[in-house]
Design a protein around this ligand. Sequence first.
Ligand SMILES: [Zn+2]
Ligand SMILES: [Zn+2]
Length: 175
Amino acid sequence: MKAIRLVRVGDPNPDLVDALVDPLAEEFGVPCSVDERRIDPLFALHPERRQAHSSQLLAELIRDDGGGDHLLGVTSLDLYIPILSFVFGEAQTEGHGAIVSYHRLRQEFYGMPGDAILLEERLVKEAIHELGHTIGLLHCDDWECVMASSHSVEGIDLKNWQLCTLCRAAISCVP
Ligand SMILES: [Zn+2]
Ligand SMILES: [Zn+2]
């Protein structure tokens, strides 16, 4: 991985997008920046589901080959793929594109008071998780590893920000 570029999908909270920059740069050891490009998600919206089709947005994101950079779409929209009721994010395995949503990472989604710090932590974890897939990492059996598969925010909250030693060793040979 050479660099990470964050691409806004729709109109995500700028503070949350900015909050990803330093943790991602640190975890992957490459420069990370917010891209000029913004994707208009209208074409991927499903009116009845009131959700956006994750794979369609991902396809749009990677129409830009990234020039060797990894692209991470960030959105506030609720994402789905047709076989699942929702997804927190989606990634190309060993590709250069991934997308994350913070829609269901907000405490408000579960009827609780907002928690900005918790939201930021969850989004960082999911962003690292999806980018981990783009460099070939699969789901990890260590439930504290950021590459553990999570289907709920409770699962995300149990994980660390970091890759476990095994996952880290697996990517140490990735250029
Ligand atoms: Zn995953
Ligand atoms: Zn791991």
